[in-house]
Design a protein around this ligand. Structure first.
Ligand code: CA2
Length: 141
């Protein structure tokens, strides 16, 4: 099984500020953890991070026919991007949406997610372990 893990804008800044919300771990630590978990689970993962909406749409389109699942934390684009929602719908790849924080318990504008209209599972507020949970979900499927 091959999964594509996509992280949106500013996730590469993890561990630098807002540690009370996103924790102390860096983005590099998250990448290392994801590859280690993938090794343990016997699956392959590719990781992609971008601060640009169009680049994320391009990556989702390129995933067509090449991945069994997508794990996506669209970050701020969660709440704004119909383009990312449409790209996910266009490729039809099973998708799990992950949020490090619990977006339902923060500012009102974070509670709505376009991507949730497509994602078959949404994991929020479980910190970086949410990505592991998403991987386990695909393995169990
Ligand atoms: O909780 C999540 O995973 C989010 O997707 C993270 C996004 C936020 O816009 C979403 O509403 C919820 C933010 C990504 C990281 O932002 C940082 C800001 C400052 C310092 C480090 C990271």
């Amino acid at each position: 099984m091959k999964l594509l893990v996509i992280n949106g804008p500013n996730i590469n800044m993890l561990g630098i500020r807002e540690k009370d919300i996103y924790g102390n771990d860096s983005f590099e630590k998250l990448e290392k953890d994801i590859f280690a978990w993938a090794g343990d689970m016997g699956i392959r993962v590719e990781m992609f991070q971008s601060n640009h909406e169009g680049a994320i749409v391009d990556k989702i389109q390129e995933a067509y026919g090449n991945f069994d699942g997508i794990i996506i934390n669209p970050a701020a684009y969660t709440h704004t991007s119909i383009a990312i929602l449409d790209a996910l719908k266009a490729v039809g790849i099973p998708t799990v949406e992950v949020h490090i924080s619990d977006i339902d318990k923060r500012e009102k504008f974070r509670a709505f997610s376009y991507v949730s209209l497509y994602a078959e599972k949404v994991i929020k507020g479980h910190g970086l372990l949410g990505y592991k949970e998403a991987m386990e979900y695909f393995v169990a499927k």
